[in-house]
Design a protein around this ligand. Sequence first.
Ligand code: GCW
Length: 602
Amino acid sequence: MTPLYIWRGWGVSLLFLFMWTGIGLHAEDGSRLWLRCDMPKDITLKIDSTMPDDDGYRISGHTVTARTQMGLLYGRYALLRGEQGESHPFFKLRILNHWDNLDGSIERGYAGQSIFWGMENDRFDPARLRYYAQACASVGINGTVLNNVNASPAILTRAYINKVKAIADVLRTYGIRVYLSVNFASPKALGQLPTADPLDKRVQRWWKRKADELYKAIPDFGGFLVKANSEGQPGPFDYGRSHADGANMLADALRPHGGIVMWRSFVYGARHKGEDRVMQAVSEFLPCDGQFRDNVILQSKNGPLDFQPREPYAPIFDQMKDTKQMAELQITQEYLGQGNHLVFLAPMWKEFFSYVSPSRLVGIAGVANVGDDSNWCGHHFAQANWYAFGRLAWNPSLTARQIADEWLNQTFDSIPAPAHDNALSLMLRSREACVDYMMPLGLHHIFKFDHHYGPEPDGFKADYPLEWCPVYYHQADSAGVGFNRSTSGTGATQQYREPYRSQYDHLGTCPERYLLWFHHVPWTYRTLSGRTLWEEMQHRYQRGVDEVADFQRIWQQLKPYVDEQRWHEVEQKLQVQLRDAQEWQQVCIGYFSKFAQRSVEP
Ligand code: GCW
């Protein structure tokens, strides 16, 4: 069995300038991560105050030089993965968002319970927390939001602030700041004020005092993440105020302490009910552009809908010209096979960066996939997505291939080339395969209701908003399939900058991967392959299934090089993935054929 190690004892203290305290641990509880401890013994660490003012590092041979202690820590991890030369973090804010509830459950979590909340006597496992922090630090993640954006007001009570302090005390050692999601109505919900109106002086004072209390306990507290007037959460609209009024009130409370507000733009069904859902964020936020304080950052999902296997980028990144912005990516695979499917997400995030230049963003957030499962993320390969998020947050110009290669080298280090290349190819093809077997050609949101696992293209529930129903998104009928968002439809294409606005607006120039996202297309439409749309759809579903079958073959070949436990666990999951892919194919082709065949043979 491959020895698996966790590096222990990497405190950011002066001590480690002189001494190594690494101890290789057999991960008896299976708590395996990419971290290893085969660090060269003769490392020299140097502080150089003339280096750029960030946590970057320079590695030459076995010498790591940095301006800061954190730079030295990051540099040592980089040396461990074989880096040489100089490197600096691209984004200043590299933050995980945990959707962890205070009872220990995790919204959209597929790897067990929270590592922060809900344990007996509410005591977290300090060893596990340190491993988590080391894993984050090893890829440069420097912040973490500890609780769900659907936030319980209780997080701001004294008892929880004490718990947050205890967590912050562990994470600080590894350069990780803690942030909290807050419920906008907290002062009212906690029974301390009759209102949460952001323009009410009592409310403003309440938040200022709360910020003072937080910073007294946690001097390097990072700030707040807010989901307001979204999916039933309270917000400034409840008092006739704007997003800017709400965000600025919190920003003013945090400002004296250097804290920030990350205000989410994931909104629909509040102000602009009835409008095409993918347009609502721009409609709602554009009037506030330029009105936010400079310690407010608008945090938007990569796509305008909701973390689908493929979406065009969210046009809010084009539209908000005078507002600081950060992107929210989803590491946890809510819509990508959850804990069961092997889907490496770096190609998806790179695709996003090819449309939204990282230079437009001040930070990046990733919805975490970490839980208390022995393998941390539910699927051994899901760790690669946590890893990839951190690496891209540090350096968005890394390629998906480089990242997968690094991760494989550290995590499955006994796979020799060319078997290694097969594993690499499996990872790199996995996202496109998922798009193919779930929702090719721009189809979207045809998942089963609520839990979002499996297909339900006929999904319609009269009691729920139409934007929760698959039939709203695919609009299949005998004339064709797809959502007309061109100027002859909802006009969502007009929210994009050129050249995308024109490109997406016309059926003939719209990239096929977004075809049914932007157009209602006849079943007999000729695609680039020469096949009709209906034939092409069938072809792609089949291709997705075939890919998963090939992933299984590759994994069989890797058996001699992977320890039995991990090999077996991944193999089991691949079987589930294949069955699921076949189900997607059968259900979707079965359903769409009812319309397509009518159209082909009227
Ligand atoms: O993706 C949807 C999820 C919700 C989530 C929401 C959000 C935290 O289905 O579970 O709530 O988005 O991002 O706020």
